[in-house]
Design a protein around this ligand. Structure first.
Ligand SMILES: [Zn+2]
Length: 301
């Protein structure tokens, strides 16, 4: 049997200059940064599917706990939703934004109405900003925490900045598909695919710690290899605006290029040529735990 002669053309991988910039920013602050709450239950990840856009922060549950700054910071803006029903951002509910120098801004949203305490211009990490609530566009009490790099014009995955979480359960890959024309073919060992371009889709997600069932949280990284060679990598490190739309930094993929309408991840587009091949889909969470699935495929007419 002739071994794989499959070739792949693919999406761009992470641009090196951007990665360096993020890592420099992270390294500069990693020592002094702390979590905004004591009980760290992640209920939403950066870059996860929100119907028509990427989630630009992380969600932290854990009940009505105090919220504190992750760094000393100057007040940019604070807003108690109960104070005025006629203006200002409603989706965030009651929120606080702080500036920490070097263009770093943090946002703490969906706080309880009336929990902000007396106004002040600067905050230390020991100060209470407010209490977790569910004001604004929120289903269930949680903190929406976002980190913005004003100099780079991007929202950065907060899990790159915060002290590492304890080891978490590895991600789940529920199903892998090939999109051939309009048809979704389940990919399992022995699957036969026609030569030519196919999209590789996956139902894959990170698990929530606070519930026993799976929940579609975005991974930190997603990659596809063909016969041992990586042909695609999508990193959920940062979002920026390019050509008037929000895209993942590095790959410049928009929401519609990463998610199908049912939430399936669009992992790669590969050009297959006849032969047998090994396709591997790998999904990693922010703790570095990885789940991989390797599928033996046969490419022929
Ligand atoms: Zn959120």
């Amino acid at each position: 049997m002739s071994r794989a002669a499959a070739r792949a053309t693919v999406r761009p991988t992470m641009a090196a200059p951007f990665l360096v910039a993020v890592l420099t920013l992270v390294a500069a602050r990693a020592m002094s940064l702390d979590w905004p709450v004591a009980d760290r239950v992640i209920t939403g990840t950066f870059g996860e599917d929100r119907g028509d856009h990427f989630h630009n922060g992380i969600d932290i549950g854990g009940g009505a706990q105090d919220v504190r700054p992750v760094l000393p910071g100057e007040l940019v803006f604070r807003w108690d939703e109960a104070s005025d029903y006629s203006s200002l951002p409603r989706g965030l509910g009651t929120f606080v934004a702080l500036r920490h120098g070097q263009g770093l801004v943090t946002l703490y949203a969906h706080l309880q109405n009336g929990s902000l305490g007396p106004p002040r211009t600067s905050y230390q990490p020991a100060d209470r900003l407010g209490v977790i609530g569910e004001t604004g566009d929120a289903s269930g009490p949680h903190l929406h925490f976002a980190v913005f790099d004003e100099e780079a014009g991007s929202a950065v995955n907060p899990l790159l900045f915060l002290p590492p979480l304890a080891a978490r359960q590895p991600p789940v890959i529920r199903r892998v598909f090939a999109l051939v024309g309009e048809r979704r073919l389940p990919l399992e060992n022995g699957a036969v695919l026609p030569p030519g371009k196919v999209r590789i889709l996956a139902e894959a997600f990170v698990l929530r710690e606070d519930v026993s069932f799976a929940w579609p949280m975005a991974p930190a990284r997603l990659s596809v290899s063909l016969d041992g060679r990586e042909v695609s990598r999508i990193s959920f490190d940062a979002l920026q605006v390019a050509h008037g739309r929000s895209v993942l930094s590095g790959s410049e993929l928009s929401h519609g290029q990463v998610y199908e309408s049912d939430g399936a991840l669009i992992c790669a587009e590969v050009a297959l040529s006849p032969g047998d091949s090994r396709l591997t889909v790998s999904v990693r969470n922010s703790s570095g735990a990885e789940t991989a699935r390797t599928i033996l495929i046969s490419v022929r007419q």
